[in-house]
Design a binder for this molecule. Structure first.
Ligand code: GLY
Length: 404
């Protein structure tokens, strides 16, 4: 059979065969950047050494928050801070890469401090806090107690859902307000996990309803997102669209765009509903083609920050975008996949260079420098951040796994 006749035969009679050949072609287009893999391996080794320094300086009842290189001072938190899960989560990822038992032991120690947050119904951040920590622990070494802790956490998170609004409440506020932030998309993965292990579909339904409401109200025509939507808790109507951590109500706060990209990519993974894939692609398009995205692909803290090109960059937004784009690249056509992986590689190279990756023994043991936590509040501005480190390590692990 001639080659062209063979493909016609396949198209007419063997759609599965043709589909498989498309996948093979897609995979054959993908290739690792050979020089990046050894850089990543060195980053894992260096990161493990840094986190041991961080551990050494950590009070036994606290979690790391940030470090001020100019004064040499740390800021620590209790387990109720939204970032408490990132420290054990990063240690688990680094243990996976290095097999250093000290990292695992320290992660497990931190989990004991964190466990009580499973009953915390005053925050929407339980996905960050419990799924990045206990979720990672359970993926590596499943245990009935981890399952119980994660299911209880999912119930606590679900208790904040208002069916009239169609969203989980992010921040408690004054009566008459119902505040939902784009970051909340990151907490939904815990709910999908809960339905899978319990068979209770209510978690899944809450996640899907929250995502649909967010798609409807959080996004602008260019697929950038508002940070905060204030709903009427009785009628569900939108009362206000505004920012809390961005430069302005109508600006595109960089980490918010990153949370949206990651969140809708997870939505597609968990539901296989193409509307979420399209949403994630639109968000990716907004980010990677934005005229204010610098050549090294580390975003300014807000795409519309005053003072660009002298505005501060946010390493945390870059890490989250890199991790999300790697996953998204596995769901898209070869051309988009290549574009996403090219951007990811640029981000990983930039974060691995001296400008962002801390020199050994510096930065209080954090891996990355130059994150922006809350610019309007003037807190954690141009400092290391636990979530910049967490998603950087996750992105490198995902990148490495692509080629296995
Ligand atoms: N979830 C809070 C932040 O991204 O700063």
């Amino acid at each position: 059979m001639r080659r062209s006749s063979f493909f016609l035969f396949c198209a007419l009679y063997c759609p599965t065969l043709l589909c498989l050949s498309c996948i093979a072609q897609k995979n054959s287009n993908a290739r690792p950047a050979k020089d990046l893999l050894p850089i990543i391996e060195k980053n894992f080794t260096d990161a493990a050494a840094q986190y041991k320094l961080l551990t050494k300086n950590l009070p036994a009842d606290k979690f790391p928050k940030t470090f001020f290189p100019t004064t040499g001072q740390y800021e620590f938190s209790g387990s109720g801070w939204w970032c408490s899960g990132f420290y054990p989560g990063t240690l688990f990822y680094l243990y996976e890469q290095t097999k250093d038992p000290a990292l695992y032991a320290e992660a497990v120690r931190a989990l004991q401090l964190l466990e009580k947050e499973k009953n915390n119904t005053t925050t929407h951040d339980l996905g960050f806090m419990m799924y990045c920590s206990f979720g990672n622990a359970n993926k590596m070494a499943p245990k009935p107690e981890y399952k119980e802790i994660l299911l209880t956490s999912a119930k606590s998170l679900a208790s904040r859902f208002n069916p009239k609004v169609g969203c989980i409440k992010s921040w408690d506020s004054k009566p008459g307000d119902y505040l939902v932030i784009i970051d909340n998309m990151m907490n939904l993965e815990l709910l999908f996990w809960a339905t899978k292990v319990s068979g209770d579909s209510s978690f899944y339904k809450i996640a899907v309803t929250h995502a649909n409401t967010t798609m409807k109200n959080h996004f602008r025509a260019d697929f950038s997102s508002y940070h905060v939507i204030n709903y009427n808790p009785v009628t569900g109507e939108v009362q206000q669209k505004r920012t809390a951590q961005g430069a302005a109500d109508e600006s595109a706060w960089a980490r918010g765009q990153a949370w949206g990209l990651y969140g809708f990519t997870v939505m597609y993974r968990e539901t296989k509903d193409v509307k979420y894939l399209e949403q994630a692609k639109h968000i990716a398009n907004f980010i990677i083609h934005h005229p204010n995205l610098p050549a090294d692909k580390i975003p300014y803290w807000d795409f519309n920050a005053p003072g660009i090109p002298d505005a501060l960059r946010d390493a945390s937004a870059a890490s989250i975008i890199a991790s999300a784009l790697i996953e998204l690249s596995s769901y898209t056509d070869p051309e988009s996949s290549k574009e996403y992986l090219d951007i990811t590689e640029t981000i990983l190279r930039s974060l691995s260079a001296v400008k962002y990756k801390a020199a050994a023994g510096t930065n209080g043991g954090f891996i990355l420098q130059h994150g922006v936590g809350h610019m309007p509040n003037k807190t954690e501005v141009d400092t290391p951040l636990t979530y910049a480190d967490y998603y950087f390590v996750e992105a490198m692990e995902r990148y490495k796994k692509l080629w296995k």
